[in-house]
Design a binder for this molecule. Structure first.
Ligand SMILES: [Zn+2]
Length: 119
């Protein structure tokens, strides 16, 4: 695994435990990790989550239609399909663009619905 300091571009094999760059002395939580295999595994997992969410939402919509539901929350849940689809498309685009890969931040392990990561 290769990691890269976001401040000075210093690269090393292991992330310093304190996240302090030995080169420029900056602390950062945004060290870039160069590990395409890991990145692919993370993105594939996120795609699975999104597929599962969309499947559950589809069942929810079908149920709501079948029961002629007037439950606003049930319909409101359907809106979650929007970030799920965006995230799905984004993940699959990133998986096709290996040449554009410039390392990833540790935060990418969090899927969008965790509230910690971006889309
Ligand atoms: Zn540095």
């Amino acid at each position: 695994m290769t990691v890269c300091c976001p401040d000075c571009g210093f690269t090393t094999d292991n992330l310093p435990p304190t996240h302090k760059c030995p080169e420029c002395g900056e602390f950062s939580h945004d060290w870039l990790i160069y590990d395409w295999e890991e990145f692919v595994a993370i993105k594939r997992r996120h795609i699975k989550y999104n597929v599962a969410i969309l499947g559950a939402l589809l069942i929810n919509v079908l149920l709501a239609l079948a029961l002629q539901s007037s439950n606003a929350f049930q319909w409101f849940l359907t809106l979650l399909a929007i970030p799920a689809i965006i995230s799905w498309l984004r993940c699959s685009r990133q998986l096709r663009a290996r040449s554009a890969y410039k390392g990833h931040e540790a935060g990418v392990v969090f899927p969008w619905f965790s509230g910690l990561g971006g889309l």
